[in-house]
Design a protein around this ligand. Structure first.
Ligand code: CTP
Ligand code: MG
Length: 475
């Protein structure tokens, strides 16, 4: 087994770009920036074109090709205008066929350019505290990281970002609910190194408050009260924002457990996992041999911004879980997945997909004030077996209306969608028909390699890093 430091040094070579790669990347970003600047020269918009994000902060991971370019407008224009102007400038400069309009809090455009992916994002030149759009903080974040992190800390942030990616906890988007680039940078800065951050995560006691520029002057309780979150990293450019707000409790716990596993058995597989997809036959065999109790419901296509879609998908997942529970089915695990294009579904594992047709129900003690009423209701024996008396109480068995989870779910979900209980996009899809798959049919959902990986990992049941770290490979 290699030591932690040996593993870290080996991974460092894979995440820190070489000097010449950095030069090339910066030159490419600068060329794009200059092209956009030229486009705005002489226009009525006095904009700054800025290279932002991890390229500007020197925290991008070797080989990654995302470049964030911000077009910063004076506060005199409405959002629609700065978005429209930015998008049409990008189309003129790079050609319409290379531009893909996207939506975050406001529209932006992604340009595929000679192997790079440029995100061109409009924002406002607003003063700290008087933010006009969510993207206005970014130039200040960039400036903070540039001026407060040492070169070493930037490379340590790269290691942490790659670790978070490897364990599936990177990204603040709703889909992931994990650690953003900025959060990784602030953690690496606070703890001083990747290794110390991981050690801190491995023995983390909540609540945790990190306040990089001491906005709250050590008044931790006050700060934690303001944010109401057990895991708070105060934004250095906005004392009212928690940079860790997007991190779900589950992702934080996964990070903590992965940190323990990494310290216990250091391996580059945490950073660069090999993800396997079993074929439909193998999946079916596992499901059959282990008598797994699986159920999935197809939710179809999406053509809305990812955060909106994932928000709806996850809320549908929670609705489906509640529906199953109120039908007395015990939901062991339930997850939503989407390729963000044509295919999405919710998949659940139950303790049992079928329930017995009857269940025992305890009644009141025979000496209770309810005894007369109880016998009036059930004494006829209609629709129940009993009541009989055992020890001090009455008992009956009643019949369940639903014994098969799939049949029950199909009906209950249709009804829920019809009566407005499902998020709108999902309800629209369900109005065209509800398709529920069980057990051996589940592998039908593995239409792409990504879907097959997801289903394989769902059926395995462990986070990917745990498989590598603790033996027993699947199959
Ligand atoms: N950002 C944004 N809208 C986008 C793209 C980026 O508001 N469409 C902002 C983010 O909120 C963040 C910054 O731009 O403040 C950089 O975002 P991102 O690329 O996600 O993070 P990086 O730090 O660049 O990390 P990575 O290496 O993963 O690109
Ligand atoms: Mg970026």
């Amino acid at each position: 087994m290699r030591t932690i430091d040996e593993v870290i040094e080996a991974v460092r070579g894979r995440v820190v770009p070489r000097a010449n790669e950095k030069v090339e990347m910066r030159e490419a970003a600068n060329r794009a920036k200059a092209d956009i600047e030229k486009q705005f020269k002489g226009s009525k918009y006095p904009v700054d074109v800025l290279i932002e994000g991890s390229i500007a902060k020197d925290t991008w991971i070797k080989g990654e090709t995302d470049v964030d370019i911000f077009v910063r407008f004076p506060p005199d224009y409405v959002k629609e205008e700065i978005a429209g102007v930015t998008i049409s400038a990008a189309k003129t400069v790079f050609g319409e066929d290379k531009c893909f309009e996207r939506y975050a809090e406001h529209p932006f455009v992604t340009v595929h350019l000679r192997g790079l992916m440029l995100d061109i994002v409009p924002c406002y030149r607003s003063e700290p505290g008087a933010w006009m759009s969510a993207t206005d903080r970014t130039p200040y974040h960039t400036e903070f990281v540039q001026s407060h992190l040492s070169q070493d800390e930037k490379d340590e942030a790269r290691l942490l970002k790659r670790f978070a990616k490897g364990i599936g906890a990177y990204g603040a988007e709703i889909k992931v609910g994990g650690f953003s680039g900025l959060l990784c940078e602030l953690l690496a800065h606070h703890y001083g190194s990747f290794r110390r951050t991981i050690e801190a995560m491995a023995s983390l006691k909540l609540p945790l408050l990190i306040d990089p520029i001491n906005h709250y002057g050590g008044r931790d309780a006050e700060a934690l009260g303001v944010f109401g979150s057990e895991f708070t990293v105060v934004d250095p450019v906005d004392e009212r924002r928690n940079v860790a707000a997007a991190v779900t409790r589950t992702k934080l716990s996964e990070m903590m457990a992965a940190a323990v596993a990494f310290i216990n058995r250091p391996s580059s597989a945490f950073f660069f996992p090999t993800r396997r997809a079993l074929g439909p036959r193998q999946l079916k065999a596992i499901i059959r041999n282990e008598r797994r109790q699986l159920l999935a419901i197809e939710l179809g296509a999406m053509n809305v911004p990812p955060d909106i879609f994932w928000g709806q998908l996850y809320s549908a997942r929670d609705k489906i879980a509640n529906i199953l529970r109120s039908g007395e089915f015990k939901v062991v695990r339930i997850m939503g997945w989407s390729d963000e294009r044509a295919c999405s579904f919710v998949i659940a594992e139950l303790e049992s997909r079928t329930l017995s047709p009857s269940r025992e129900r305890a009644g009141p003690p025979v000496n209770s004030p309810h005894t007369r009423r109880y016998m009036e209701i059930y004494g006829s024996g209609d629709g129940v077996v009993g009541p009989w008396i055992r020890d001090e109480r009455f008992f009956i068995t009643t019949r369940r209306r639903h014994t098969d989870a799939a049949t029950y779910l199909r009906g209950a979900v249709r009804e829920c969608a019809r009566t407005g209980g499902m998020p709108t996009l999902i309800a629209q899809h369900l109005a065209r028909g509800v398709r529920v798959l069980v057990d051996g049919q589940i592998p039908i959902l593995a239409k792409s390699r990504e879907a097959a990986i997801f289903i394989t990992e769902f059926i395995d049941g462990r986070p990917i890093w745990m498989k590598g770290a603790y033996g027993r490979a699947m199959n």
